[in-house]
Design a protein. Structure first.
Length: 81
């Protein structure tokens, strides 16, 4: 039987790993022309708003990837089932 708070712990784990990614891994840095094109495409105010969105999405994606890899390793080799 699954624990009732497993979905909450999953989200918390992803956010924690995203935070760790912020500290350890570099974020992408697109060129100036690409940034201006994406600002116009998504109707953003300025480059700081674009980079805020980019960094949030990047680190959440890394956190999700780390969570999936760690969960796979745990269930594959360390689980007591």
């Amino acid at each position: 039987m699954k624990h009732p708070l497993e979905s909450l712990m999953t989200a918390a784990g992803i956010l924690l790993l995203a935070f760790l990614s912020c500290l350890l891994l570099p974020a992408p840095a697109p060129g100036g022309a690409v940034v201006q094109h994406l600002i116009a495409l998504f109707h953003l105010v300025d480059a700081s708003q674009f980079y805020t969105l980019l960094f949030c999405l990047w680190f959440l994606l890394l956190g999700l990837l780390e969570y999936v890899v760690i969960r796979f390793v745990w269930r594959r080799w360390f689980s007591l089932r």
